[in-house]
Design a protein around this ligand. Structure first.
Ligand SMILES: [Mn+2]
Length: 429
């Protein structure tokens, strides 16, 4: 007998992949883990009979000679891994979009980066012309949508989007999909979210904002990852990490991040868990939540300390500089000729202020046009150091509206960061 298995706390990508395995391996049945995510459980409560999936209790697992492992590559994430781990003559096929951290050694595998495992399996189903019903298409689509955040997570690949189109062509029902994908918060969740918003600490690490909260929660509370994601979204954080304690000897660490510099999956693997760059979790055996928090912060700092780009790498030479004695009229012609639309005022290599069209607009009389720029220039513009991160420049530009940031080293103007410099860095033109 050949069975398909997947990770516990099964999400829609895992369930969709389990069902897809029953198409790709004729005769195989899917075995549902005992723990399913609540929305998956709700979906199966109604639709289970449409799919070749069973609980372990309904089958004789001693008869299994072949495993198809989907959406995980880790024995520890399967139910009863010891039943299969060392079984002689067991054939193992693996389909997964997690690239790291696995200890399952399959005889054959399809392991590729994609937004969802089901995308990889659909490629094969399409090639083999497998026929499936609109409700199957709906389930497969939910797998793609859930793992790609409705096709917007940076982990989304073009193939995921093509696969979603293919499923819509095959009758996937968006009303059904959205009904099960939208997770509704109950009182417990709103309570946690409120506490997170009120009591969490925001750490400023290397130009990034990371929110962290330690909290006691009721045992058995699910969907905490959606609460952490919501908290990150509302606060506009770069990353959010919740450390939840439900019983005395374990902490559940759940994180999400929106910047590639903070690899949540990498942090969770160090804690014994797993995940992707953007989201992950770990169950840590410890009765000291505070020490877990310190370890998490250390791992975040470690990631942000990896070699990367600094302001000194992206700054440019100032295009136009003016002495404080230059007349406002002359400064205006310099501004008009300049691409960055700002002229920096410098005296003996020291930065004094800046002048742009806005300041020029204040001049009304001929006397004012003849006056030196120093009486009109803006003095309070934010400055940077060569060792700051580009991210910080972006934040300052957003907050102050400045389009040019002077870079000061040892009191002297070392360069400038313009919008063009930042765009070159961000988009890697
Ligand atoms: Mn997945």
């Amino acid at each position: 007998m050949q069975i398909a298995v997947t990770h516990t706390h099964t999400d829609f990508d895992a369930l969709a992949s389990l069902v897809a395995a029953t198409f790709l391996y004729p005769g195989a049945v899917g075995v549902l883990p005992s723990q399913l995510r609540p929305n998956v459980k709700n979906f199966l409560a109604l639709h289970r009979d449409l799919f070749q999936v069973f609980s372990a209790r309904e089958l004789d697992l001693e008869k299994v000679t072949g495993l198809v492992v989907v959406d995980t590559n880790h024995w520890g994430r399967l139910d009863q891994p010891d039943l299969f781990r060392n079984r002689d003559g067991l054939s193992i096929d693996l389909w997964d979009h997690h690239m790291k951290g696995g200890d399952i050694e399959p005889g054959w595998k399809c392991q590729e980066q994609s937004g969802a495992t089901i995308t990889l399996m659909l490629r094969e189903m399409k090639d083999r012309d497998c026929a499936f019903s609109p409700m199957h298409a709906t389930l497969f689509l939910m797998g793609i949508y859930e793992d790609t955040g409705h096709l917007v997570y940076p982990s989304t690949h073009a193939e995921d989007v093509h696969a979603a189109g293919f499923l819509l062509e095959n009758g996937a029902d968006l009303n059904v999909a959205t009904a099960y994908l939208s997770s509704s918060f109950d009182g417990g969740h709103t309570d946690i979210l409120t506490k997170m918003l009120e009591f969490s600490q925001t750490h400023h690490l290397g130009g990034y904002e990371v929110g962290v909260l330690l909290m006691k929660v009721e045992n058995g509370l699910t969907m905490l990852s959606s609460v952490v994601a919501k908290y990150k979204e509302i606060k506009g954080l770069d990353a959010a990490i919740g450390i939840f304690t439900a019983c005395s000897d374990r902490c559940m660490v759940i994180g999400c991040a929106g910047v590639p510099e903070i690899d949540i999956g990498g942090i969770m693997r160090k804690l014994g868990g797993g995940g992707h760059t953007g989201a992950g979790s770990a169950m840590v055996r410890s009765d000291d939540a505070e020490s877990v928090r310190l370890r998490v912060m250390e791992f975040v700092a470690e990631q942000l300390n990896r070699p990367r780009t600094w302001i000194r790498d992206i700054m440019s030479r100032p295009e136009v500089l003016a002495p404080p004695s230059l007349s406002l009229r002359e400064a205006r012609s310099m501004i008009e000729a300049s691409r960055s639309r700002t002229v920096l005022v410098v005296e003996d290599g020291r930065f004094c202020g800046s002048i742009s069209r806005e300041e020029c607009a204040k001049a009304k009389t001929e006397a004012q046009w003849k006056a030196p720029v120093k009486s009109f220039m803006r003095r309070n513009i934010p400055v940077m150091s060569p060792g700051d991160v580009p991210r910080e420049a972006l934040r300052l530009m957003v907050e102050t509206g400045a389009g040019v940031l002077p870079v000061i080293e040892d009191g002297r103007l070392a360069g400038v960061v313009t919008r063009a410099d930042l765009m070159l860095h961000i988009y890697e033109f």
